[in-house]
Design a protein around this ligand. Structure first.
Ligand SMILES: [Zn+2]
Length: 404
């Protein structure tokens, strides 16, 4: 008698072969039989029309706040993810001195689109100060999936250097040893790595690059060398394209990571994406990665299978959201606002209006300024969703065809 029998699933076993329809029998937490299974089970699950795959491991998440209030860890769990790694991009909530919660929230809120109010109210502040205490806190929880975390550079730099970290001052030798000790302690407590962000595109809600963005090689080597185990994760400068002014190119960054990995012996992994302004950047980076690996240095790019995307609509961020006329109408109930927006004189007013910038230069609402530029890469979403639209179906082309 099996514990579970999953019947008639489309099985994608992760070995690279074609999907096939079959059954999966589970006993004592392990797959006991696969394919055409006979025999009974305590629970039979009809999986006709569903996929059965190995659990997904998502190594780049930002659940650092959500782990306080959500044991399910959705939407990852509902999409078949069974292990997540958080503490990416140099941001997280430990270590954190009592009274510094606000600063940690300001850093996360600008990097990730997570409202500050949710982080103030949802996080169980006060249960930790050090990274080890944070891991102990996670240990008191039960989640639907496995949770791993990295020690975030911004939090460590702010913990050690305070205001000086916000001004991007170079670390003194005392700062370096303090940061290295904190990271080493975090690793011993169970962290799976250390993370840092080097793109000026990652800004706090106050509008400035987050602590650690401009850290010198010496600092990265000192920290990486103290880790003893785990991965060194980084988001390089230049990876978000030319929307921000960067200090280094992504190619220079890959060379830097190679030096950090060589000096410390830690494997390094970094985000690599297509840069529309420099179409060959990713090829250059992959060449550098290949050379480094051929020399025995472990560098692994993390490549998303689709570009960074935003869903824009009247219910989220959009390119007219800071126009004076729109701001007045946005106070109305949604249906009433739509009636107003359909009026030709209102449309004309919005098109000629000036933008009123948000109060804080680093909040996500500032996206409005870049969205107009993105029109040639923007596509309408209709149901059922077409995930591979024709290039000519973009918003700019549709508008041009309609004479708009
Ligand atoms: Zn990230």
């Amino acid at each position: 008698m099996y514990d579970y029998l999953i019947q008639g699933a489309t099985i994608v076993d992760g070995l690279g072969g074609q999907p096939y329809t079959g059954d999966i029998a589970i006993k004592a937490g392990k797959i006991a039989e696969l394919g055409q299974v006979s025999g009974d089970a305590k629970e039979i699950i009809d999986a006709d029309g569903a996929y059965a795959t190995p659990g997904w491991v998502d190594v780049h998440t930002h659940y650092d706040g959500q782990v306080s209030w959500d044991d399910t860890i959705d939407p990852s769990f509902s999409h078949g993810v069974t292990s997540i790694v958080m503490g990416n991009c140099g941001v997280g909530f430990a270590p954190c001195r009592p009274g510094h919660e606000k600063q940690m929230i300001e850093l996360m809120e600008g990097v990730e689109d997570i409202p500050g109010t949710a982080l103030y109210e949802g996080i169980e502040w006060g249960n930790w100060e050090t990274f080890g205490e944070f891991i102990d806190y996670l240990g008191t929880k039960e989640y639907t999936l496995d949770v791993g975390t990295q020690v975030p550079h911004s939090a460590v730099r702010y913990y050690v250097m305070g205001e000086r970290s916000l001004k991007h001052e170079d670390a003194t030798s005392d700062d370096l040893s303090a940061m290295a000790n904190i990271v080493a302690e975090g690793m011993r407590a169970g962290a799976v790595g250390f993370s840092t962000s080097r793109t000026a595109g990652h800004r706090s809600v106050l509008g400035d690059a987050i602590p650690g963005t401009y850290a010198e090689k010496e600092e990265l080597v000192a920290i990486a060398s103290a880790m003893g185990k785990g991965v060194f994760q980084a988001v390089p400068a230049g990876v978000v394209g030319d929307i921000v002014v960067e200090k280094w190119t992504t190619e220079q960054e890959v060379e830097l990571f190679t030096e950090v990995a060589r000096a410390s012996g830690r494997p390094c992994t970094f985000t690599l994406a297509q840069n529309g302004n420099r179409p060959d950047q990713w090829r250059n980076c992959l060449d550098l990665v290949e050379q480094a690996n051929a020399q025995g240095v472990s560098i692994t790019p993390q490549i998303a299978t689709r570009p960074i995307g935003f869903v824009t609509s009247l219910k989220s961020y959009h390119m007219f959201q800071r126009r004076e006329t729109y701001l007045k109408l946005s106070q109305l109930p949604f249906d009433q606002m739509l009636v107003e927006l359909r009026k030709p004189e209102i449309k004309a007013a919005i098109l000629t209006d000036k933008d009123v910038p948000p109060d804080q230069p680093g909040v996500m609402a500032n996206l409005y300024a870049g969205l107009g530029m993105m029109a040639p890469a923007m596509f309408p979403i209709n149901l059922p969703i077409n995930y591979e639209p024709e290039p000519g179906g973009n918003i700019a082309a549709l508008a041009a065809a309609a004479g708009q």
